[in-house]
Design a protein around this ligand. Sequence first.
Ligand code: F3S
Length: 287
Amino acid sequence: MKVTLAKSAGFCFGVKRAVDTVYQQLEKRQAKPIYTFGPIIHNEEVVHDLEEKGVTVINSIEELRQQAKGEGTVIIRAHGVEKGICEEIKSMGFEIIDATCPFVLKIHRLVERHSGEGCQIVIIGNGDHPEVKGIKSWSSAENTQVISGKEDAENYRADKEKKVCIVSQTTFNYNKFQELVEIIRKKGYDIIVLNTICNATEERQTEAAGIAAQADAMIVIGGRNSSNTQKLFEICKKECKNTYYIQTVKDLDLTSFRSVDNVGITAGASTPNKIIEEVQKNVRNEL
Ligand code: F3S
């Protein structure tokens, strides 16, 4: 039995930075409450551990207003928040620590600049994801649209007199991004394409596809709400139909692996090393 663990599995730079920030604040705090604005990352295990240590997840300004009395620290998650939120939290009297990944902040700046210069904005990504909502909020263009798939791209309409600036959610699939850009390009718009997909995502996806293509069975580890883990799963499933999506070692049903020779393992950007190690050990020991 050969087990291949992807080198790029697990926390990316931005997620590690955000999670470390919360743990550091926990060490430093002096009886003052600590909040994270939204779950710090899309991993239930990590969020649960932080909650046990006294961190409260707040999902909106309203909730913060009701639950907290303007005292304590609010930490902004890795994939960022909408424009104005940080100022509003500060004005309520909280100390704010912005753990938004610098790569996401860069997209905010790009969208702000290009929309300010008169471009129409297209964000390729999942419109329900907080990162995309955050990016969208930085556009001052009237025509700002989120495109998540082929159908949206085919239905896209914009003013041909103005440029269209296209950016991407950091965790979007690179090939799909290119495919959607091409659909828009063929419509004859004057486009500026800014590939803002994070390198960490691209590397993780390419490596996962390579391992899955060789594997008899593939395990993808990550939180249920983690969009980058869901994409990894899709990519691996294309290459290897025996691909399993698990959150922790508890979801691992090794009976389906008995007759395989070659197992691949990868994990989303918000999956802690501890969970990856447990899965890997279990597969190696049990099979
Ligand atoms: Fe940042 Fe890239 Fe991770 S954008 S949060 S380093 S996936």
